[in-house]
Design a protein around this ligand. Structure first.
Ligand code: SF4
Ligand code: SF4
Length: 225
């Protein structure tokens, strides 16, 4: 899409206690900042609030939006980005949506009655650090005991493993939800949360046979004898 226009009911006039139009506003403000971060013009995404009686306002807003999009031109090329540059950026954001929503969940719930409070709701620095400090998850092969709990908790099939096999995370598939980190039993603590460092390479497939902790201890005591 070269542009997206969202029309919502007037703020404070939502029929539902959830006040979904505030949530939509927060989401749009976040998306606009992310668009800026990847080099897209944020005015390609607009939200306006109006009632069903605001026909003229609606028509004017849509006409104005359409004119702006015409001036901006097609998505990407209008910003001087070719398809090869834009596609991986969009792909990265797409994969990180669950992570971004989780990281910003408190803020996405905020409801300011004063429009002025939204001026700098999400800042450029905040969005830069959201992407720069992004976390990765890694399974320590020395600690993994192949209990398979993390594998069952990963909803995008990013964890490869099996009975008696050290589990590994496919970084390309991982959406950084952190479920595996929370799920790995404390006595193993095999899942690590990494930030600002590169993720170690996974051990090769033929070397994934798990060595049980008690077996390790046994073989150590035998060799000591
Ligand atoms: S963080 Fe863990 S559970 Fe979440 S997607 Fe990545 S591997 Fe799967
Ligand atoms: S939950 Fe922990 S110990 Fe169990 S398979 Fe996953 S990483 Fe290994």
């Amino acid at each position: 899409m070269d542009g997206v226009f969202i029309g919502g009911c007037r703020l404070n006039e939502c029929n539902y206690v959830t006040q979904g139009n505030y949530h939509a506003l927060n989401m749009v403000l976040l998306c606009r900042k992310i668009m800026e971060h990847i080099g897209l013009n944020p005015s390609r995404l607009r939200i306006e609030f109006m009632s069903s009686g605001d026909g003229i306002k609606f028509a004017e807003a849509v006409n104005d939006f359409e004119k702006n999009i015409e001036v901006l031109g097609p998505l990407g090329s209008g910003e001087g980005l070719d398809k090869e540059e834009l596609s991986p950026r969009l792909e990265q954001i797409y994969r990180l949506i669950p992570y971004i929503k989780m990281e910003k969940k408190e803020k996405l719930r905020v409801r300011h009655e004063q429009g002025s409070n939204y001026a700098d709701f999400f800042t450029t620095d905040e969005i830069d650090s959201l992407f720069n400090d992004i976390v990765s998850y890694y399974i320590d092969p020395e600690k993994c005991q192949a209990c398979m709990i993390c594998l069952r908790k990963c909803y995008v099939d990013a964890i490869q493993g099996g009975k008696d096999l050290i589990h590994i995370i496919n970084q390309e598939r991982c959406i950084r939800c952190g479920n595996c980190f929370d799920a790995c039993p404390e006595k193993f603590s095999a899942v690590q949360e990494l930030s600002g460092v590169s993720v170690p390479t996974s051990i090769p497939e033929g070397e994934r046979k798990v060595v049980r902790k008690n077996k390790k201890a046994e073989s150590k005591s035998i060799s000591a004898e």
